[in-house]
Design a protein around this ligand. Structure first.
Ligand SMILES: Nc1nc2c(ncn2[C@@H]2O[C@H](COP(=O)(O)OP(=O)(O)OP(=O)(O)O)[C@@H](O)[C@H]2O)c(=O)[nH]1
Ligand SMILES: [Mg+2]
Length: 305
């Protein structure tokens, strides 16, 4: 596919979605690109990598970067995640900082806000989850945030209900420079298929398991083989840190693994339009979340585009 030539007045550039864990960043990315690219869950620290989603608009192209939630991180994995987010500050044209409108600006948001101290790009504040906030909550958080004099714009949205998103994308576009479309029409991400599939599996696992299991698990897609009659054979491994966790992920008579596999397979079929045979294995890799070579092998590096 050839990249289109420069069009006068056409805008393009990078916008990073930044915020504390669980504020709705991945939900926003997925809604704006109208495709489920990033895993979403009600548990914090779902996103572990930066994920690119391209929004194609008549007047321009927004290259959105979904990032892991910024928080005081302890484990090597979490520190790597936060590094991934903070490293996006340097080279984006605009930042979309998300705060939960119902919860208001909390210490956890303040931690993210302080990490943006040296940011020179304009910061747009997206007040998310307005479907849950009362008018009073919303007005008071707007007043509080306005007083900080740090935000180029304040936009109330509900990422989940796609409310206010047309306005948000117009505002983002306003802050982008003129430039050529960097991605060809129709291309919405540069993430490899293996990564997108692993994230679908990990999302199902995160949503079906509890306690430490979602955080002790990583998914690696070993192979994707295209077979005749538009079918895909996928081999993937779920890594956990302990034998006891392996037993939970497999479940009684493999019931948990079957559920994860079924949910993942259905979504992979929907997304890739093929019949899918998904072979899931569970393996123990002790302390992978603390071990740099393991993190690298599992695709957790703080990569810079
Ligand atoms: N009510 C409501 N819930 C929302 C909204 N946006 C997101 N959520 C929910 O908030 C939870 C977290 O959403 P995510 O998109 O995974 O949050 P995130 O900021 O990407 O989280 P991390 O990847 O952990 O940093 C999910 O249960 C979403 O359904 C919204 O506008 N309204
Ligand atoms: Mg996320």
């Amino acid at each position: 596919m050839a990249v289109s030539p420069v069009r006068p007045g056409f805008k393009s550039g990078y916008a990073a979605i930044i915020g504390k864990p669980n504020v709705g960043k991945s939900t926003l990315l997925n809604q704006l690109v109208e495709t489920k690219l990033a895993a979403m869950s009600s548990k914090p620290q779902t996103t572990r990598n930066r994920i690119t989603g391209v929004v194609h608009l008549p007047g321009g192209q927004i290259i959105l970067l979904d990032t892991p939630g910024i928080h005081p991180a302890r484990s090597a994995l979490n520190q790597m995640m936060v590094k991934t987010s903070v490293s996006t500050f340097r080279d984006v044209d605009v930042i979309v900082f998300m705060v939960d409108a119902q919860q208001g600006f909390r210490e956890t948001d303040s931690f993210v806000f302080d990490s943006m101290e040296k940011v020179t790009a304009p910061i747009l504040l997206a007040l998310n989850k307005i479907d849950r906030a009362s008018k009073h909550d919303l007005l008071s958080v707007i007043a509080e945030m306005d007083a900080k004099k740090r935000f180029a714009e304040i936009i109330p949205i509900s990422a989940l209900h796609a409310d206010g998103l047309d306005i948000l994308s117009k505002v983002i576009l306003n802050y982008l420079p003129e430039g050529p479309p960097y991605f060809p029409e129709g291309m919405i991400t540069d993430s490899p298929e293996e990564f997108l599939i692993a994230e679908i599996i990990r999302e199902k696992l995160m949503n079906l398991t509890r306690m430490e299991i979602p955080y002790a698990s990583a998914v690696k897609v070993e192979s994707v083989i295209r077979r005749p009659h538009a079918s895909l054979r996928i081999d993937a491994v779920v890594y956990v840190e302990k034998l006891s966790q392996k037993k939970i992920v497999i479940g009684e008579n493999a019931s948990m693994l079957k559920k994860i596999g079924k949910n993942a397979r259905e979504e992979i079929e929907k997304r890739f339009g093929d019949k899918v045979y998904l072979n899931l294995f569970v393996k123990v890799k002790s302390h992978w979340s603390e071990n740099l070579p393991d993190l690298k092998e599992l695709g957790y590096t703080h990569d810079i585009h």
